[in-house]
Every structure is written in structure tokens, then in C-alpha cells.
Design a protein around this ligand. Structure first.
Ligand SMILES: [Cu+2]
Length: 280
């Protein structure tokens, strides 16, 4: 089992209570919709419009699903994409991730959506070819479900107003010390050279970031988790950004990046990409 999948499984084990931030909400009509269901990913496949378009990620299944949206570089075929994607999935090596984002596709956002839930995000669309993948979050052997999407010129959407400008750098987050509870729109920007994300752990009372890191480092021998699932910020590659609807409940959170370093394969957390913040 890879370090990544072990950690993700621990996240899932910790997530017996599905966090409130993933609540299903009724959204205004007109958003692009991508739904994972029994038939794979379905939804809008021909989009005439660019800029930060509203997208509802819908989970019609009974397990949490991770969506990732890929913008294929010009000239990259689906076969090329599949080959690169398989290499990333099978190795989860930092060098392979770096090669994928350099040669094949940018990762432009996504989200982990609870069973029967919806998450509204805004992704930055440009004319070209895209792939939306959804697969079971936390699975050691997830089956990808790919939807091919084409974007052509059309009305350009203006970026929504964000409550938080969050930067993912090599190798740190810039969360403020405190954030308000309740619905928030985060503008998540990768300002680093590597690919980043954030898994949010909500600490149990009396537990600390050190407790969490010790538990993660202990692997399967780590005992009961010192935190529950607090949500996540999707994978975003260098120079990309997206907007994520969040709805955190009060508590102390630790954001952790598990992406592998491009040269050492160390999870970015081990290079300092860990931060505690409080939701009031
Ligand atoms: Cu990172």
C-alpha cells in the first residue's frame, strides 16, 4: 500500500461523520453539472463559454467521490492522457506527477463530494479539451470514471468574489489564523512550481497538529485518529486556480499536503506544508 493511499484511507476512516461542509444545496440553474452515478460521469460535455464557470459536482453514489478536472495541453490525445494518467495513478511519484503536468495536462480543480452531495466550484475554462475524472475517495484501488469535455469560445464568466484568497506554495499554505464558520468561497491558487492540494483534518478536543502528524506517521499502527474529516481543497497544478465552496464548522483544523515532492517523493507535509487554523 502506498503512503498516499494509506493516509487517504485513514482520512476516510476518520470520516465516519460526513462533514457538514459537504451539505447538498440547491443552486441556481445554469451551472455546468458533472455527476458521478452508476453509469460513470455524465453531464455537460460541450461548453461554449470561458472564464471561471460555475460547476456543480454531484455525487449520486453511496461513497465519497473525488472529482479532478484536467485541461489537456494542445495536441494531447485521449490516448496520451490515459497513458500519463495511468502512470500517475500507478506510481504516485513526484517526478511522474511533474512530467504529467509538464507534458500532458493541467489539473485545474475539483473536489471530494459526500454521498448524495453536491459541491459548487468555479473552474477556469479556456477553449480546448478537458477530462473530468471521478473515483471513490480513499479507495486503494479506485476505478477512474472519465468524461471528455470540449470547451469552445463563448461568453466569458467573471470570477466570483472570494471570501478567502488561499495560496498553495512550495511548500506552505497561507491560511489566516482564524476563519469564520459557515458558507465561504475560497479562491485557491497554486503559486508554486509543484502540484498541491490540502486535506483538512478537524482536530478532536485537546489534540494538536503534532498529535496528527504522529498519527499519520505511525501508519496502520497509529491507533484511533486524533481528528475527523474536515474537507479538502482539490489538487491544483502550478499557475492554476479555482474557487471552492466551503462550509466549515467551528473547531481547530490542520491542512496537510500529501502530494509527493518532484525530486524526493517526500509528501509535501514533510517539507513543511502543514498549517493549523481555527474556525470560529
Ligand atoms: Cu503540496
Amino acid at each position: 500500500m502506498t503512503t498516499r493511499s494509506r493516509w487517504y484511507r485513514k482520512v476516510l476512516v476518520a470520516a465516519t461523520l460526513v462533514a457538514a461542509w459537504l451539505t447538498a444545496t440547491a443552486f441556481a440553474a445554469g451551472a455546468i453539472t458533472w455527476t458521478i452515478g452508476a453509469d460513470g460521469v455524465t453531464g455537460d460535455t460541450a461548453i461554449a463559454g470561458t472564464g471561471f464557470q460555475a460547476v456543480d459536482l454531484v455525487n449520486g453514489l453511496d461513497a465519497p467521490q473525488e472529482f479532478d478536472v484536467f485541461h489537456l495541453h494542445d495536441g494531447v490525445s485521449m490516448a496520451d492522457f490515459q497513458k500519463g494518467y495511468d502512470a500517475v495513478s500507478q506510481t504516485f511519484s513526484g517526478a511522474v506527477v511533474a512530467a504529467f503536468t509538464k507534458d500532458t495536462a493541467d489539473v485545474i480543480g475539483g473536489g471530494v463530494v459526500a454521498p448524495s452531495g453536491t459541491q459548487r466550484v468555479y473552474v477556469d475554462l479556456k477553449p480546448g479539451n478537458y477530462v473530468v475524472n471521478a473515483q471513490e475517495a480513499g479507495s486503494d484501488t479506485p476505478t477512474p470514471h472519465l468524461l471528455i469535455v470540449t470547451v469552445s469560445d463563448g461568453p466569458s464568466a467573471t470570477a466570483p468574489a472570494a471570501d478567502l484568497e488561499l495560496h498553495l506554495a512550495d511548500f506552505e499554505f497561507d491560511f489566516p489564523d482564524t476563519l469564520p464558520a459557515g458558507p465561504q468561497l475560497w479562491h485557491v491558487q497554486n503559486t508554486g512550481a509543484q502540484t498541491h492540494h490540502a486535506v483538512l483534518f478537524k482536530l478532536l478536543p485537546g489534540k494538536t497538529q503534532d498529535d496528527l502528524m504522529a498519527w499519520l506517521a505511525a501508519g496502520d499502527a497509529g491507533g484511533p485518529p486524533p481528528a475527523e474529516d474536515g474537507g479538502s481543497v482539490a489538487v491544483v497544478s502550478a499557475d492554476q486556480s479555482y474557487y471552492a465552496s466551503m462550509d466549515l464548522t467551528p473547531g481547530t483544523y490542520v491542512a496537510v499536503c500529501f502530494m509527493p515532492d518532484a525530486t524526493t517523493d517526500q509528501p509535501h507535509a514533510m517539507k513543511g506544508m502543514v498549517q493549523t487554523f481555527t474556525v470560529l
